[in-house]
Design a protein around this ligand. Structure first.
Ligand code: UT7
Length: 314
């Protein structure tokens, strides 16, 4: 945002199911190996279980606590998810009730790009006068994954990550962003209502690298920065090879890249906030650092944002 009223992230939190499924567990029941999964995806274990409402509520409560806010302080809840608990109503309504929020609540579904779509939306609404927005990315992808399909069962998993976005005087954190979609590609990754995820893995891989690079570069260009200025790249956590290939082309090495997929698998809308929170918890982001978020997913959709990390007094 530019102008008099900006938005900054002031708190974050995560939630993962207790149940850990390792590659060895999958090796025992599918025609796959730990070596194949690790080499082809970078995933070593993932978490499975719970509901989208439950995971989102836990992550949201943690983010509120970290920002030292009460439920009544929040002006809007945005829940990015591609695995709602019900078709109607929005899962955000259940999360609002569970957290005791008294504000508006809506779901955003832009598949794995959903969290960044939600972040840009939150920053825009803060520009229009909202004071504090709770943004959560939460998924229970295990429920829409055929656990007998080795092509998808080894990849997709469950989890949630949340941030509190607050208004500040001045330009705020969001320096540049890019949101995109090419709906003609929706057949390469989809789940019909009541059905399982179907994916043309190789095709998604090929396009994912391209759209991540293009989208990240568009957001950086709009922010007036280059890859050398980026302190931390937080990509969608789908496949380590996609992240490495995209990072290489963008010009950001792996030591400036946030990775959690070895422990979480692909958690779609939750993957970027999980990776961001992990980096923040490990002190990898300092005040004034530039952080590049970049996601891609079914649709296809893609979304990137360049943030200048704020000074925080919380
Ligand atoms: O959130 C966004 C969503 N999705 C993605 O970003 C996924 C993008 N795609 C990928 O990550 C990769 O394409 C995969 C990890 C899904 C697959 O890796 P790949 O290197 O592209 O493998 P492939 O699909 O080309 O398959 C190579 C071989 C095939 O056997 P043949 O045809 O060469 O005999 C597959 O049948 O590996 C086989 N295969 C497996 N083997 C062992 C596929 N899945 C498995 C498995 N274990 N789990």
């Amino acid at each position: 945002m530019t102008g008099g009223r900006g938005a900054v992230i002031t708190g974050w939190g995560t939630a993962l199911p207790d149940k850990v499924v390792t590659n060895a567990d999958l090796e025992a029941r599918l025609d796959t190996t730990d070596a194949w999964i690790t080499e082809r995806s970078g995933i070593r274990e993932r978490r499975v279980g719970g509901t989208t409402t439950g995971l989102a509520t836990d992550a949201g409560a943690a983010a509120l606590a970290a920002a030292a806010l009460e439920p009544a302080d929040i002006d809007l809840l945005i829940l990015a998810t591609t695995t709602p608990d019900q078709t109607v109503p929005a899962t955000a309504s259940a999360v609002q009730d569970a957290l005791g929020l008294t504000c508006g609540a809506m779901d955003v579904n832009a598949a794995c790009s959903g969290f960044v779509y939600g972040l840009v939306t939150a920053c825009g609404l803060i520009g229009l006068g909202a004071g504090r927005i709770l943004l959560i990315g939460a998924e229970t992808l295990s429920r829409i994954t055929d656990q007998d399909d080795r092509g998808t069962a080894v990849l997709f998993a469950d989890g949630a990550g949340a941030v509190v976005v607050e208004a500040v005087d001045g330009p705020g954190s969001l320096l540049g962003w890019d949101l995109g979609s090419d709906g003609s590609l929706r057949s390469i990754l989809y789940a019909d209502v009541g059905g399982y995820l179907e994916m043309e893995g190789r095709e998604v891989f090929r396009r994912a690298v391209r759209v991540t690079v293009d989208s990240a570069q568009a957001a950086m260009q709009r922010a007036g920065v280059t890859a050398d200025d980026i302190a931390l790249f937080v990509p969608h956590q789908a496949n380590l090879r996609i992240i490495d290939a995209a990072g290489q082309r963008i010009g950001i090495p792996s030591d400036r890249t946030a990775i959690v997929l070895d422990r979480t698998g692909n958690t779609s809308s939750a993957s970027i906030p999980l990776a961001l929170a992990d980096a923040l918890d490990h002190g990898r982001v300092r005040a004034d650092d530039l952080v590049l978020l970049s996601g891609f997913g079914a649709g296809m959709t893609w979304a990137s944002a360049v943030l200048r990390w704020p000074e925080t007094d919380k």
